[in-house]
Ligand binder design. Sequence first.
Ligand SMILES: CC(C)(COP(=O)(O)OP(=O)(O)OC[C@H]1O[C@@H](n2cnc3c(N)ncnc32)[C@H](O)[C@@H]1OP(=O)(O)O)[C@@H](O)C(=O)NCCC(=O)NCCS
Length: 327
Amino acid sequence: MRYLPITRNDVKEMVKLWNQEIGDDFPMREELLIQNSFLDPNVRSEGSLLAMDDQGCLIGFVIAKKYSEPLDVGMNRSIGWIQVLLVRRDQRNQGIGTVLLNRAEKALTQEGASKIFLGKDVWHYFPGIPDGYESVKKWFVSRNYHYDGTEYDLLTETVVDKLPEPDDGARFSLVHGKEDERLLLAFLHRNFPGRWEYEAIKYFERGGDGQEFVILKKNGKVIGFCRINGPFSPQIAQNVYWSPLFSDGQLGGMGPLGIDATERGNGYGSDLVRAGIACLNGRGLKRIVIDWTRLIEFYRKVGARPWKAYATYSKQLNEPLGNVQLP
Ligand SMILES: CC(C)(COP(=O)(O)OP(=O)(O)OC[C@H]1O[C@@H](n2cnc3c(N)ncnc32)[C@H](O)[C@@H]1OP(=O)(O)O)[C@@H](O)C(=O)NCCC(=O)NCCS
């Protein structure tokens, strides 16, 4: 077995292997793999490798990431991520996955990571190990990864005819123009520094025009936001990755979303969710995924039900074995 760096020439074979192994649940496409595993500057090439047999056949791969951008938005630079680790089914139990994981962990450690998450990376595929992949969970637990709880992707087909209009004059709209963009980014910086702010900055940097953001304004100030995604969006966003699972390919996505901490508990959050749905419905999307959440009861009010579940795992580096917990 040879362990080689990943190059753009490998995309087709990686997509083929991915779809052979997990494509029934998580159908991969070339543009998504390129967007999330090649164009993200946080991919660490030392920790991202292919396993190739002597005939030159792709047997597996691992992709490791660590936040490495100069942009300082409060992202934790001591976290490393294993974005994906995949070994061809008929080649498992021969130590190939262990070599790939060890190499990724070593590279992340050398870059200063003190903790590793499975998934949850920026431009991630998964927030954890999908439910149903029980042997994968056991495999990581035996390598000292700890279960940290379950996250859900929810699905709703609720229809909302028009934007809610709160009694106090607060109003929902899409982000129109530079001033709204500035207000949104300032709101995110105040309320949700870190990943959500980072993703919004990247969205505008990569040519987004604001149509993917619903904002709630009160007295000229943004007090809430909701990202909405669909086939129309300039990037393939996390909540519509798996749209090929639906025969018509039509899927809307909602989230992240949030309300200013000082304005919570007044009904704005529920209205915001309905506003997001109304905007997506208005663009012809009736089926909507809300990804990576534990707020099942909150979203149940708009008829959202669990669609996919992921067990989340992390590993403290240089930690002794023992004290592991299975979900
Ligand atoms: C979740 C959030 C948007 C709710 O906003 P809000 O304005 O406080 O929500 P509302 O006032 O409309 O609350 C509506 C209902 O949801 C419930 N609810 C609110 N936050 C909740 C939470 N974190 N967990 C469970 N239920 C929640 C409320 O109890 C209320 O229930 P009720 O109608 O039975 O009284 C807000 O708490 C927030 O911004 N949180 C931080 C960001 C976040 O977690 N976003 C969701 C990511 S998936």
